[in-house]
Design a protein around this ligand. Structure first.
Ligand code: PLP
Length: 398
């Protein structure tokens, strides 16, 4: 016998992975250049050269025992100090290593945060559609559940009256993701402040803090030029999950962190519960080599080169809207979330496969009438796919 829930999680087929596998099969049949794979959020910008050089230096110059040994469970002091100092320089904050728990990417940070905050089976976390599908799994695996606020299909911003109606005595946390996967939307400082005011009001009404979990793997993939405050400076009960997967283009290396703000009520209970959750799920001591690498990148303040994402975004957005597609111009991340011609994302995604164009249905993000196009691909892939996307658009017109 095995756990039914875990068996289901292990067997349920991910639409994104299915598409990716289909793409691999087609590439073997018709050639790599003839398959336009927009399914995965794998960065297409190479990692910074300075980072790669540092990795090589570490491997060749360092004592291998020191380099590869366990660090303390939340990460080495040097790494946490370097990240705290980098955040302080950029955001005017006053973090120390005590605020940071280094994890294997944002996924491990989120799983630990959900687990730490789940009190019983009645615990609820609120997300806004469109949302990263794994949130549902993390909340359920922690023993609680995800409650989804319907999307504001006009702007993909927060629908505050829907949120106000959804928050209940069971609400333990609200999760936001800005810049957003899949919509590319960024919440303004004003939006964040309105959200924090509402959460303060509701926390007071229900007599317990409602935690704000800010999932920020795309923090630096921001095309607006307006940098945003950290939520820990706007709201006491805020926790950030961060990942270097996208900003340093190292998703397979699995490194990120959970950040608990200094004003967090019962700070040490919350931090220690995250540490406990990470420990119970086997996430202690994120990869030691990568800890050293991100400490170096924090010291150097290495940021991603956005020029090719911006060029891809503009070519795709302009090309699609000229055909007649409807979508928001994305301010961040590397996805375009497009109304599916015909109104059904599943049907459109299936039809696109006939053109060897792989786009993900919005269903798993809570918006079944949409498709997600990950434009972290080569510019040639975008230009090559546009004629097929044009044919598809017309094939769905009455
Ligand atoms: N959160 C969002 C919104 C994401 O898009 C992703 C990955 O694509 C993650 C979390 C997980 O990131 P990581 O690779 O750091 O586990």
């Amino acid at each position: 016998m095995v756990s039914k829930d875990m068996l289901h999680a292990g067997r349920v087929r991910s639409a994104i992975r299915d598409l990716f596998e289909f793409g691999r099969k087609r590439a073997a049949e018709v050639g790599e250049a003839n398959v336009y794979d927009f399914s995965l959020g794998n960065p297409s910008v190479p990692p910074p050269a300075e980072m790669t050089r540092e990795m090589v230096r570490l491997l060749s110059d360092c004592d291998p025992f020191a380099l590869h040994s366990y660090t303390s469970a939340p990460g080495s002091n040097e790494t946490r100090d370097a990240i705290a100092e980098n955040l302080n320089r950029r955001f005017g904050t006053s973090f120390t290593r005590r605020n940071l728990y280094i994890t294997c990417g944002a996924a491990a940070a989120l799983a630990s945060i959900f687990r730490a905050l789940t009190i019983d089976a009645g615990t609820e976390f609120i997300a806004f559609a469109p949302y990263f599908p794994e949130y549902g799994g993390f909340a359920a695996a922690a023993g609680g559940r995800l409650v989804v606020v319907k999307p504001d299909l006009e702007h993909f911003q927060i629908d505050f009256s829907a949120l106000e109606q959804t928050i209940s005595a069971h609400t333990q946390g609200v999760i936001i993701n800005s810049p957003n996967n899949p919509s590319g939307v960024i919440y303004s400082e004003e939006t964040l402040r309105t959200l924090c005011d509402l959460l303060r009001k509701k926390s007071a009404a229900f007599g317990h803090p409602i935690y704000l979990i800010s999932d920020e793997p795309y923090r630096e993939l921001n095309y607006t030029g307006v940098s945003l405050p950290l939520v820990t400076e706007l709201y006491d009960a805020a926790i950030v999950s961060y990942s270097y997967s996208k900003s340093l283009s190292i998703p397979g290396d699995r490194i990120g962190y959970a950040l608990v703000g200094n004003a967090m009520p019962d700070f040490s209970d919350v931090f220690d519960a995250i540490a406990g959750a990470a420990r119970m799920m086997g996430y202690v001591c994120a990869p030691s080599l990568l800890q050293k690498v991100v400490a170096f990148c924090a010291d150097q303040n290495l940021l991603p080169d956005l020029s090719s994402y911006r060029r891809n975004r503009d070519a795709l957005y302009n090309g699609l809207t000229q055909f007649g597609y409807t979508c928001m111009p994305p301010d961040g991340a590397f996805y375009l979330f497009v109304q599916a011609p015909g109104g059904d994302g599943d049907r459109f995604s299936e039809a696109a496969k006939a053109e060897d164009i792989l786009v993900v249905s919005g269903r798993s993000f809570g918006c079944p009438g949409y498709i997600r196009i990950a434009y972290c691909v080569s510019y040639e892939t975008i230009i090559g796919a546009l004629p097929g996307l044009g044919r598809l658009y017309h094939s769905f017109q009455p």
